[in-house]
Design a protein around this ligand. Structure first.
Ligand SMILES: [Zn+2]
Length: 248
C-alpha cells in the first residue's frame, strides 16, 4: 500500500522515474507488477474475475449465468427487488483479486488503481453505447460518512468511467439519511432500510431527454441502487441505467 501511495505522488514526475524510485508491486500478492495491469502481477491479472462481454448475464445487474443461456434473462434477485432502473451491468465479480481492488480503493483510498479500472472498462466495448453521451451519477455517501472517509469511491469510479467513455459526471443525488451498514440485513430489510434515503440535490435538474447511469463500487442486493434510481425517476429521469465495478 505504501508503494501505491508513494506512486500516486510520484506520478507527477512521470511513470518511468516513478518505476525506478518505487518499483510497482501487485496489490493482491505483493509480487512485481506486470505489463497488462499497472498494479497486478501477470498471474493475478489472469485471475481477475472479469465478466467477458460475450457471457450471458442478467440484463439488470450484469451477474453472469452459468451454462448456455440464449435469451435475455433476469436473475432471481432482480426479479425479487423489481429494479427501478432499465438496464445494468458490472465489470467483475466481487471475489479474489477483484475484491482486493474494490477494498483497496474503498478502504485505503488508493486512487492510482483507477488506472486499472479504466483498463477493465476498455475490455468491455459492449458498454460503450450505454455510456457515451450519458451523465454518470455516483451513489452518494451521507455527508457525515464523506467527512469521515474524505472521499466517495463511487464518485472516483464515475469520474474514471466518464473520462474513459466520453460521458459526463454529475453529483445529482444526496443521501438524506445515514443508513448504516446493511451487511446483517436480509434483502427485504435492506429494501425497507433504503426506502426514501436519497433525493435530488437542491439546485440541480433532471433533463427528461438525458440518459443517466448510476455508478457504484459493489452491487449486492441492489437495494441502494434501487433507492437512487427511485429518486431519479421521481425527479423525472427517463429509464436510468446502472453500472458497478463488482457484483457480490
Ligand atoms: Zn440481476
Amino acid at each position: 500500500m505504501q508503494s501505491a501511495i508513494l506512486k500516486s505522488h510520484l506520478a507527477l514526475l512521470g511513470s518511468r522515474v516513478a518505476d525506478i524510485v518505487s518499483p510497482r508491486d501487485c496489490v493482491h500478492c505483493g509480487e512485481a507488477a506486470g505489463e497488462s495491469y499497472r498494479w497486478l502481477c501477470e498471474e493475478c491479472a489472469q485471475k481477475l474475475p472479469l465478466i467477458p462481454s460475450d457471457k450471458p448475464r442478467c440484463a439488470l445487474c450484469g451477474k453472469p449465468f452459468e451454462g448456455s443461456v440464449q435469451t435475455e434473462r433476469i436473475c432471481p434477485n432482480c426479479v425479487e427487488i423489481k429494479p427501478k432502473w432499465e438496464r445494468g451491468s458490472t465489470l467483475m465479480m466481487y471475489e479474489g483479486v477483484g475484491e482486493t481492488i474494490v477494498r483497496r480503493i474503498k478502504f485505503h483510498g488508493e486512487r492510482c488503481l483507477l488506472e486499472d479500472v479504466r483498463h477493465m472498462l476498455r475490455e468491455r466495448p459492449d458498454l460503450a453505447p450505454m455510456l457515451r453521451g450519458a451523465t454518470l451519477i455516483p451513489v452518494p455517501l451521507h455527508s457525515l460518512r464523506l467527512r469521515e472517509r474524505g472521499f466517495n469511491q463511487s464518485e472516483w469510479l464515475a469520474r474514471a468511467f466518464a473520462k474513459e467513455s466520453g460521458a459526463s459526471c454529475q453529483n445529482l443525488l444526496v443521501r438524506k439519511r445515514d443508513t448504516g451498514t446493511q451487511t446483517a440485513l436480509s434483502r427485504q430489510e435492506r429494501l425497507k432500510n433504503m426506502r426514501g434515503a436519497f433525493a435530488l440535490r437542491k439546485g440541480t435538474q433532471i433533463g427528461t431527454e438525458q440518459r443517466y447511469v448510476l455508478i457504484d463500487d459493489v452491487i449486492t442486493t441492489g437495494a441502494t441502487l434501487n433507492a437512487c434510481a427511485d429518486a431519479l425517476v421521481r425527479a423525472g429521469a427517463h429509464s436510468p441505467s446502472v453500472l458497478t465495478l463488482a457484483h457480490a
